[in-house]
Design a protein around this ligand. Structure first.
Ligand SMILES: NC(=O)c1ccc[n+]([C@@H]2O[C@H](COP(=O)([O-])OP(=O)(O)OC[C@H]3O[C@@H](n4cnc5c(N)ncnc54)[C@H](O)[C@@H]3O)[C@@H](O)[C@H]2O)c1
Length: 425
């Protein structure tokens, strides 16, 4: 196998939501990428990918361990999209096997695991990208160019909001895969490692110190309405509850959405009303949001001090409609108001405002539209890097990712201990 394949052979490790999503890049660019192998224990998910891409039987595996044990490499590169606590082992083994790697974020839920992955990746000398998709949008590219051009002078302050959304919080962080820090990871790592990474990228300086506050305020048994049942399907007060699982998932289905988030609850790529009702009756997604199984925060703030003297504040909160992140960037010559698509630049000297519409979806070609086109941008950069045998298109390599993950661990420990955490003495 050449180090610079003209057509990249890709193996998907974990054909869940994310792994399957990244695979669709190969459908949009069959001349550049072929999905040649899959490892996935769920037979419906595995078979769906096998059928879609005509993966040969000898390259179809139940577990990543089986794929890693193959003497001959079954692909040039792997996408590791298993759950958070299942990143370290496959990432290290597959790096040692010489596979270039796109690893889902978070790299891992502990500092020790993150450092072990980075060491293995460097030792193996593979091309490595972590799915910090926000770095790869057209919007971020345009914003970064504006800032680096000096258009607003020196960046002094940044204010950044992540409106998670009441329903998204309930789906993923109260009922779903990330409801328990012990079973997956803490909220700041699960949801907002993107944001601290992005702020570091935008500001262009290392974190000096961080502090943080936040807690689980609303999704607790103490806020359970009188008369609420254990499951929304049986609940007498469900009609008055904004977090009703029946209304949410059946409502999506009635509108014809059988994809995310509905397929997540059935574990089936083709959910039906029957399978959704069954999931609501028996699975975690049909439970009352006030059951008390969850422990991750529903709001958190982080204050950041950067080595170059800039400061930033970040707010993650469940209590909104959900929508793109909103950011204010305040410089010595102007201000940028940014909403995920549009950038409004106010110039202090001229008093004029210019608006740039970055039209985030323009080059997505109908696939991987998630995260404002960042999913697509990441895959394109990763495939470009593997095809050329040159890591320069990758913006979220091992060092950059480790640095921002360490800031996330520091912020969480600052929240836990009610102290300021210093990253640079
Ligand atoms: N970049 C982003 O913005 C973003 C967004 C959402 C999720 N994520 C991350 O992506 C990762 C995957 O999330 P998801 O929502 O796709 O999860 P998922 O549960 O839908 O998919 C994970 C898959 O891994 C499979 N798996 C389990 N053990 C395995 C093994 N031994 N070998 C191979 N496969 C195995 C599971 O069966 C499952 O299908 C998580 O780490 C998550 O935090 C990232």
């Amino acid at each position: 196998m050449s180090d610079s394949p003209s057509k990249v052979r890709l193996a998907i490790i974990g054909a869940g939501s994310r792994g399957t999503g990244y695979a669709s890049f190969a459908e949009a660019h069959p001349d550049r990428v072929a999905v040649t192998a899959v490892a996935e224990p769920n037979p419906r998910r595995r078979e769906a990918l096998v059928e879609r891409f005509g993966i040969p039987a000898e390259n179809v595996f139940t577990h990543w361990e089986d794929l890693a044990a193959c003497e001959d490499k079954v692909a040039d590169a792997v996408v590791v999209a298993t759950q958070d606590r299942q990143h370290r082992a496959p990432a290290i083994a597959l790096a040692q096997g010489g596979y270039h790697m796109l690893l889902e974020k978070p790299m891992a839920p502990t500092e020790e695991d993150c450092r072990a992955i980075v060491a293995a990746v460097k030792e193996a000398g593979i091309l490595f990208a972590v799915a910090h998709v926000m770095r790869y949008t057209r919007y971020t590219t345009a914003l970064k160019q504006l800032i680096d051009s000096g258009r607003i002078g020196d960046v002094i302050t940044v204010q950044h909001l992540e409106p998670v959304g009441f329903w998204h919080q309930a789906h993923s962080f109260v009922r779903g895969n990330w409801h328990s820090a012990e079973q997956s990871t803490f909220m700041l790592m699960a949801k907002s490692c993107h944001d601290l990474d992005w702020l570091r990228y935008i500001v262009g300086s290392r974190f000096r110190a961080v502090s943080s506050f936040g807690r689980l305020s609303h999704f607790t048994p103490g806020n359970r309405p009188a008369g609420a049942a254990e499951r929304c399907l049986d609940c007498a007060v469900e009609a008055d509850c904004a977090y009703s699982a029946s209304r949410f998932y059946l409502g999506h289905l009635q509108k014809g959405n059988t994809g995310w988030p509905v397929d997540v609850i059935t574990g089936d790529p083709n959910p039906t009303e029957e399978s959704v009702r069954e999931a609501l009756r028996t699975g975690p997604y049909g439970r009352c949001v006030y059951s008390g199984d969850n422990d991750v925060v529903d709001h958190q703030v982080v204050s950041m001090d950067f080595e170059n003297g800039a400061t930033a504040s970040f707010t993650m909160t469940a209590f909104n409609e959900a929508g793109p992140r909103r950011t204010g960037i305040f410089g010595t010559r102007g201000e940028i108001r940014a909403d995920g698509v549009k950038l409004e630049i106010f110039d202090f000297l001229t008093g004029k405002t210019e608006t740039i519409d970055t039209d985030a979806q323009a080059d997505v070609e109908g696939v991987l539209q998630g995260h404002g086109g960042g999913d697509y941008g990441l895959m394109r950069a990763f495939i470009d890097a593997v095809a050329a045998g040159d890591g320069s298109p990758i913006l979220s390599g091992p060092d950059a990712t480790l640095e921002s993950h360490l800031a996330v661990f520091a912020a969480e420990s600052a929240r836990d201990s009610d102290q300021v955490a210093r990253l640079i003495p």
